[in-house]
Design a protein around this ligand. Structure first.
Ligand code: GLN
Length: 275
């Protein structure tokens, strides 16, 4: 079988062309940037074993497994992260939250930051990379997710301190920033079947998708430094509800920001300066 034939087979299974190319490069142990090479080597033979491996990955992709799990990595905010089914795949939309977080931290020296439900470590590691002076902690309730996050931190040489915890349980106080991409999908959401390969505990948060955001909003004010910010990612239709929860928790200046698709994807508010 040639490379071109392998790609045609994947297309016949229903795999998008780009995904098929990336899977083939992965099987050939070539970098993802080598698509031009692939196109100019259409007639190269694919060894039997590599062909079998490619067919298996293409079949799994056609059945809905995220590409990131199949190739084992995903880029987030310029960082190459290793990911697998123990953690949610980092989304480009979440880069909006990181950008906002970095703005909030501007002008603060050695700021204290905590990322709740860190998963692969994406948010915490992106902040630490951009702000080497920050004291970044990251927690997750899932021990399996923390293994992935810790391995990413070590491989990237970033000094984030990872700890197993449920939201703010056992956290200190005086944070300049509490940031989280918590589960926010409603239990009956019609899109859940599409996300079936990802950890349900990272996605679903009660009947309206707001159970975890309610807990975080209620607990955060006591942990924030005066003028510290709580920034949260949430669902496409939750911005008004989340700003309401932030205000009800006693936080001020609540705002929302749009993601790359123009959807109000994160909201935040700050603890008022005392006096
Ligand atoms: N953004 C994800 C999705 O809807 C959900 C992530 C989350 O619940 N934090 O595909």
């Amino acid at each position: 079988m040639t490379l071109a034939e392998a790609l045609r087979k994947a297309a016949a299974l229903g795999v998008a062309r780009l995904d098929a190319q990336l899977l083939l490069l992965h099987v050939l142990q070539r970098p993802a940037g080598d698509r031009a090479w692939l196109i100019s080597h259409d007639d190269d033979a694919l060894a039997h074993e590599a062909g079998a491996r490619f067919a298996e990955l293409a079949t799994r992709r056609a059945a809905g497994e995220p590409l990131a799990y199949l190739v084992g990595h995903k880029e987030f905010f310029g960082l190459p992260l290793q990911v697998d089914a123990r953690v949610l795949v980092p989304r480009p939309d979440t880069e909006t939250l990181v950008e906002w977080a970095l703005e909030v931290l501007q002008g603060r020296n050695a700021p204290r930051v905590i990322d709740l439900g860190t998963g692969s470590g994406a948010i915490a590691l992106a902040i630490q990379q951009a702000r080497p002076d920050a004291l970044v902690e990251a927690v997750d309730r899932s021990a399996a997710a923390l293994e992935v996050a810790r391995a990413n931190g070590q491989r990237l040489g970033l000094a984030v301190r990872f700890r197993q915890a449920d939201w703010l349980d056992g956290a200190g106080a005086g944070y300049d920033l509490v940031v989280s991409n918590p589960p926010y999908v409603a239990a009956g959401d019609p899109h859940l079947p599409e996300l079936r390969h990802e950890p349900v505990a990272a996605l679903v948060a009660g009947a309206d998708g707001l159970d975890d955001i309610r807990r975080i909003a209620a607990a955060a004010p006591a942990r924030l430094a005066p003028n510290g910010w709580l920034l949260l990612e949430h669902g496409w239709d939750q911005a008004v509800a989340v700003r309401g929860l932030l205000a009800a928790a006693g936080l001020a200046d609540s705002l929302s920001r749009a993601d790359l698709a123009g959807i109000q994807r994160c909201s935040g508010a700050r603890r008022l300066e005392l006096g």
